[in-house]
Structure formats: C-alpha cells, structure tokens
Design a protein around this ligand. Structure first.
Ligand code: GDP
Ligand code: ADP
Ligand code: 5GP
Length: 225
C-alpha cells in the first residue's frame, strides 16, 4: 500500500499494514555454547525484551529456581499440557521434555513486548512454521574442544551427561542452516555486542517505530510538532 495521494500522507499510528506487535526471537545453540549467559547479559540492559520461561521435566540444577529458569514439572503434568494444546512447541531434548507455553507467547506479543525463546532446533522449526515472522539466531561455539571445556567448567553436569551433550552438539550444529542469523561466541563481549546490535536493529524497523512515534509523526505532518 502506497501513501502517495495528497491528503493521504498521515503516517498513522494504527495503519493496519504496520500494526505490528512485539518481535519474536528464537535462539538456539548446542548445550554449552553460551546462549544462557549471552541471553542473561542481554536482558540486563533491554527492558522491552522478555524471556520465555519454558516448561521442562528436567530436574533443577543447583541454583535453578522454579518459575525463573524453568517451570519444573513432572511427566504427567507435561503430558497433560501437551494434550490440552498448552504448548506452541515442545520437544524431547536429551532425556527430557521441554516446551513453550502458548499463554507466555500470546501475553508478551499482545502487550507489544519482544519475546525471546531459548529453545532447541526442533522447537525452532515448529515456531517458524507457526510464526513465519519470527527471527531466528543460532549461537556457534568456536570449536568442539572449547565447547567441551565450557561444559566441564560450568560444573553442573556429570561426565556421562557431558558426553551425551557433546554427542548431541554435532547434531544440533547440523541445523545451523535453518536460522536467519549466526553468532560465533568466541569472545563473550563481542558475541554479546553482536546480539545486541541485531536486536536493536529490529527495534528500529518502521512498523515498530511507528507504534512508538506515530502520534509525533502525524503531528509533524500536520505541521504541529
Ligand atoms: P543448556 O542449554 O545446556 O543450558 O541446557 P538446558 O537443559 O537449559 O536446555 C536443554 C535443551 O532444551 C536446549 O537445547 C534448549 O534450547 C532446549 N529448550 C529449553 N527450553 C525449551 C523449550 O521451551 N522448547 C524447546 N523446544 N526446547 C527448549
Ligand atoms: P548454554 O546455555 O548454551 O548451555 P551457558 O551460557 O550455560 O551455555 O555457557 C556454558 C559455560 O560456558 C558457562 O560456564 C559460561 O560461563 C561459559 N561461557 C559462555 N560463553 C563463553 C565465552 N565466550 N568464553 C568462555 N566461556 C564462556
Ligand atoms: P538444559 O537442560 O541444559 O537447561 O537445556 C538443554 C536444551 O534444551 C537447550 O539446548 C535448550 O535450548 C533446550 N530447551 C530449553 N527449553 C526448551 C523449550 O522450551 N523447548 C525446546 N524445544 N527446547 C528447549
């Protein structure tokens, strides 16, 4: 739709074409690549960006809080939620089930907030199918050796679990081609700056800016501001 006609030049805060809700970001990475650390650092400085708290059947790690890091539920509850269609996506990762609640997504996006999902490639695929406008980002480790070192240094998982996660890492990596953006997490600060720049750029899209500044733009066009 063009707005070339005379008297048809209102930017219009509620122009249907640009009636844009929050942006949905999907971040995936092999376990240990640093996505949780990067996302945490990102959220500290970006108030319009919210993190979706997933449901999982995995047991909490030391220091993980129910409702903050995950909603920890048992199999039975998880399966009931699947049956009730409560998830926009869910997947089996390693030995556990993980899922994103439909409610979380609807609430954030309707409130005009950006929402970030930290999910595996299977979930990312489901989200892309249902929300083609979602922006997907894949975080790469600089090498497999470094990945294993990080998993060990994190000190949260047993040797057996680390071995499983390393085996899975290559299969997760093989899906990088399905993502819109790739970030290599070699130097943490560089990777963080790249992630910030990416998310900042999406906030500058015309539709988003019009939501924020539509009234001012209209006033300027009327010569009133
Ligand atoms: P970490 O990535 O090593 O910190 O391990 P986690 O146990 O936190 O996550 C395990 C896997 O589950 C990762 O691949 C996550 O991306 C994935 N995951 C977490 N939450 C969700 C979710 O809500 N949906 C899907 N599909 N995957 C998830
Ligand atoms: P994920 O959520 O992808 O499993 P984490 O964010 O838990 O990964 O990071 C895994 C470990 O690697 C953590 O101990 C974290 O502090 C460390 N780490 C993350 N990014 C870097 C980096 N660029 N350089 C060195 N260590 C890192
Ligand atoms: P961890 O058990 O180490 O916290 O997470 C392992 C993997 O599960 C990570 O790669 C993470 O991205 C994935 N994951 C976490 N939450 C979800 C979710 O809600 N959906 C899907 N599909 N994957 C998830």
């Amino acid at each position: 739709k063009q707005t070339t006609g005379q008297g048809d030049n209102k930017i219009g805060k509620n122009d249907a074409e640009d009636d844009k809700k929050g942006t949905l970001f999907v971040v995936s990475a092999p376990s240990g690549a640093g996505k949780t650390s990067l996302v945490r650092a990102l959220l500290e400085r970006n108030s319009n960006l919210h993190l979706s708290v997933s449901y999982t059947t995995r047991a909490p790690r030391a220091g993980e809080i129910d409702g903050v890091h995950y909603h920890f539920v048992n199999r039975k509850t998880f399966e009931r939620m699947v049956a009730e269609n409560a998830f926009v996506e869910h997947a089996q990762v390693f030995d556990n089930a993980y899922g994103t609640a439909r409610k979380t997504l609807r609430q954030a996006l309707n409130d005009g907030q950006d929402l970030l999902l930290e999910i595996d490639w299977q979930g990312a695929r489901q989200v892309r199918t249902n929300f083609p406008e979602a922006v997907s980002i894949f975080i790469l480790p600089p090498s497999l050796t470094e990945l294993e070192r990080r998993l060990r240094d994190r000190g949260q998982d047993s040797d057996e679990i680390i071995a499983r996660r390393m085996a899975e890492a290559r299969s997760e990596l093989s899906h990088y081609g399905e993502y819109d953006y790739l970030i290599v997490n070699d130097r943490f600060e560089s990777a963080l700056a790249e992630l910030r720049a990416l998310i900042c750029a999406f906030g500058l899209r015309r539709a988003t800016q019009k939501q924020k500044f539509g009234d001012t733009l209209d006033a300027m066009l009327e010569g009133e501001a």
